[in-house]
Structure formats: structure tokens, C-alpha cells
Design a protein around this ligand. Structure first.
Ligand code: MN
Length: 204
């Protein structure tokens, strides 16, 4: 199975002023596209993994750097474009909101915890909200293009991710330069909580 770059499904400028059009154009068309191209190349030498879905692949690639970096990159960005798709609810509701309150006390406390995960990730990586095996939700972060589905490589971050934030500089440098906190604050204005809720339901 060959992997392909998913369409964004919305215009590059749809997330302005929070995420600028040029960043979206380069991030999706160049960075993500390169992960897809390099993943397909790496799978040529690993034919046993070529039939797996992108999600299934994540648990199998921690020991193969080219697959870990590019397979993770493809999965992570594919999730990212969806959770920042324009429209949808601007806050969680129902069962997901209750799970967040249960784990963090309030939505604001969750946001603080998530922002801290993104801020304290040294260098490049991701912040995540995920559903854990005990049915609770939690926040964590992973380096590089790792993600919580990568088995032992996920460290203490094992969960099914339902919301992710790219904190690589390529995700924000054009608009925010070194101001990662401003980028993370802006992120909350573009999160599509309907998509996050659908991810939560699918993860159960
Ligand atoms: Mn990225």
C-alpha cells in the first residue's frame, strides 16, 4: 500500500490570523509531503509492513529510524490538519468534556497542562491529549515525530491520541518566530472540538 498526502480540505488562509497561509502551504505541501514520500521509500525495503494501515504501522516502526521519523510524521500531521479544521465546536462537550474535567479539574486546567507539555518539549516534538487504556484522558509530549502509538518508544505517553499540537519550529516560525507560547495560545482558537470528540469516540 502506498501512502499519499491527504488534502487539507480547507484553504491555506482558513486559519488566519492564528496560523498564517504561507506556513500552512509549506507545512502541508513541503514538510508533510516529504514525510509521505520518504515513508513510501522506506517501505520499499520493508515489504512486510507495506500492507498495514498508517495507524497500525505506528506500533511497528520504533526500531527502524526512517520509518519511525517518516511514518510518525505522516500520522501526526494527518491528525493535526483534522483537529485544526475550520468550524466545529470551540469547546468540548458531553462525555469528552466530563473526561477532561475528571482528569484536570477544568478545561482551563487542561489547557494549562497541555500548553506546558508543548512548552517544555525541548527542540522539536508534539503535545498530545489521548485516551489511556484505563478510560481516562491524559496529556503528554513526544520528541521528533514520535507519537503515543509507538509502543515503548512512546515512553510514558502510551495512549490513543485524539488531539495533537506540532511544536516544531516549522509549524510557527514564519509568524511567531521564537514565540512558541504565543503560537500555543493561538492554537486554542483553531481547535475543532467536534473532530476531537469524534477521535475520542473512535478511540474507545
Ligand atoms: Mn510539522
Amino acid at each position: 500500500m502506498s501512502h499519499s498526502l491527504p488534502d487539507l480540505g480547507y484553504a491555506h488562509d482558513a486559519l488566519e490570523p492564528y496560523i498564517d497561509a504561507r506556513t500552512m502551504e509549506i507545512h502541508h505541501g513541503k514538510h508533510h509531503n516529504a514525510y509521505v514520500t520518504n515513508l513510501n521509500g522506506a517501505l520499499e525495503g520493508n515489504a512486510d509492513l507495506a500492507g498495514l494501515s498508517l495507524k497500525e504501522l505506528q506500533a511497528k516502526i520504533a526500531d527502524i529510524p526512517a520509518l519511525r521519523n517518516n511514518g510518525g510524521g505522516h500520522f501526526n500531521h494527518s491528525l493535526f490538519w483534522k483537529v485544526i479544521a475550520p468550524g466545529g465546536a470551540s469547546a468540548p462537550s458531553g462525555e469528552l468534556a466530563a473526561k477532561i474535567d475528571e482528569a484536570f479539574g477544568s478545561l482551563d486546567s487542561f489547557k494549562e497542562s497541555f500548553a506546558k507539555a508543548g512548552m517544555t518539549r525541548f527542540g522539536s516534538g508534539w503535545a498530545w491529549l489521548g485516551l489511556k487504556s484505563d478510560g481516562s484522558v491524559g496529556v503528554c509530549s513526544t520528541p521528533n515525530q514520535d507519537n503515543p502509538l509507538m509502543g515503548e518508544a512512546a515512553g510514558t505517553c502510551g495512549c490513543t491520541p485524539i488531539l495533537g499540537l506540532d511544536v516544531w519550529e516549522h509549524a510557527y516560525y514564519l509568524n511567531y518566530q521564537n514565540r512558541r507560547p504565543d503560537y500555543i495560545s493561538a492554537f486554542w482558537s483553531v481547535v475543532n472540538w467536534d473532530v476531537v470528540a469524534a477521535n475520542y469516540e473512535a478511540a474507545k
